[in-house]
Design a protein around this ligand. Structure first.
Ligand code: SF4
Length: 378
């Protein structure tokens, strides 16, 4: 089994908190970029080693900014060199203001069966302050358009700890998200990434950070409200109704190989990571020359061990002790079992089925430090 990720690095404007790789050059660079991605799929198809493709994910940037003829060309082109017939989950990321009735109607014929919407908040002043282009009313309209087009698997992204957000306003945002009946919610705490507009605003004293204890309360309230609404908390930042876990993202967490196409995309084949250049023009030029310009990093045994521990503990499935010992040997197992002992005693970790180590609700709040302790190179 394997997945394919395609990075669509175009945005209509830049949000103040964002440090993802994206550009505003869609008009001039969109068509050559799509052709380059199609060509890259053909060039790098052998890296999938004949594995069945189960998930396809168009992320960004803002994939919903691609004009429909380019989106259609992209999917048709991928279909020519990748076997998409076994794809069970085909996700496209979207910004709510792009989710028109016309756009939604085009999705199912292309095979898209899941939409992940960057909502972030239902508070218009907060959305404006962080440079989002949409408002809360457009989210509701987008959801109606998706449902009318038969898209019944929708994920909503939220951010807590945004400047100006209070616990009450966050609760209203979560209530409104639940009221729209999504199948999946992802919620991340805001981070001030160096170099972003928001980071500079904080440096100049124009915005102030929400205190950490308030962010913790926001997270606790989020977990409780979503669980009460029937969502399973299957990864630290991800919640889904039964049967709606993101298969694509789950494959990252359980080390399924994936091929990343497009500028700034990453790939993993079980041993090595490959990273495409974070430069649109360099990316297109290298593909047009028939030579993908990725950087390759062979992972050491200890790096793979760290990844297993970190990714496993983020999920409700936890870390499988037997597999950890089998795959990484006694030295790794001795380190893990010694370090995990005090977190078991402190109530940060529990054992499920006798063999899986899982973060408890308290442990999730301390996840960074617990995971660091258990990693080899923490
Ligand atoms: S739309 Fe998404 S990728 Fe684009 S700037 Fe905003 S957060 Fe970043």
């Amino acid at each position: 089994m394997a997945g394919v990720y395609v990075h669509i690095p175009f945005c209509a404007s830049r949000c103040s908190y964002c440090d993802f790789f994206s550009t505003l050059e869609l008009k001039d660079a969109g068509a050559p970029y799509v052709e380059a991605v199609v060509a890259e799929a053909a060039l790098r198809n052998p890296e999938l080693r004949g594995e069945q493709l189960r998930t396809l994910y168009l992320g960004g940037g803002t994939p919903s900014q691609l004009p429909l003829p380019l989106l259609e060309r992209l999917v048709k082109g991928l279909n020519e060199s990748l076997n998409l017939s076994d794809v069970e989950e085909f996700t496209i990321e979207a910004n709510p203001d792009d989710v028109t009735a016309e756009w939604c109607a085009a999705l199912r014929p292309l095979g898209v069966n899941r939409v992940s919407m960057g909502v972030q908040s239902f508070e218009d002043p907060i959305l404006r302050a962080i440079g989002r282009r949409h408002n809360a009313r457009q989210v509701t309209q987008a959801m109606e358009n998706l449902h009318a087009a038969g898209i019944t698997n929708v994920s909503i992204d939220l951010i807590y700890g945004l400047p100006g957000q209070t616990l009450d306003s966050w609760i209203r945002t979560v209530e409104q998200a639940i009221a729209l009946s999504p199948q999946h919610v992802s919620a991340y705490g805001l981070t001030y990434e160096e170099g972003t507009r928001l980071w500079r605003q904080r440096e100049r004293g124009e915005v102030s950070e929400v205190p950490e204890e308030d962010c913790i309360e926001m997270y606790k309230v989020l977990v409780k409200m979503l669980q009460n609404a029937g969502f399973e908390h299957y990864e630290i930042s991800n919640f889904a109704l039964p049967g709606y876990h993101s298969r694509h993202n789950s494959s990252y967490w359980d080390e399924t190989p994936y091929l990343g196409l497009g500028a700034a995309a990453h790939s993993y084949d079980g041993n090595a990571r490959r990273s495409n250049p974070c430069d649109l023009h360099q990316y297109v030029a290298s593909i047009n020359a028939g030579c993908p310009a990725y950087e390759e990093e062979e992972m050491t045994r200890w790096e793979r061990y760290d990844e297993r521990v970190m990714l496993g503990l983020r999920t409700a499935r936890g870390v499988d002790a037997g597999r950890l010992r089998e795959d990484f040997g006694d030295e790794a197992w001795n380190h893990f079992s010694r370090e995990v002992q005090r977190h078991l005693e402190a109530g940060n970790v529990r054992q499920d089925d006798g063999s899986r180590y899982v973060l408890t609700a308290d442990g999730i709040l301390l996840s960074d430090s617990v995971i660091r302790d258990l990693m080899w190179d923490g």
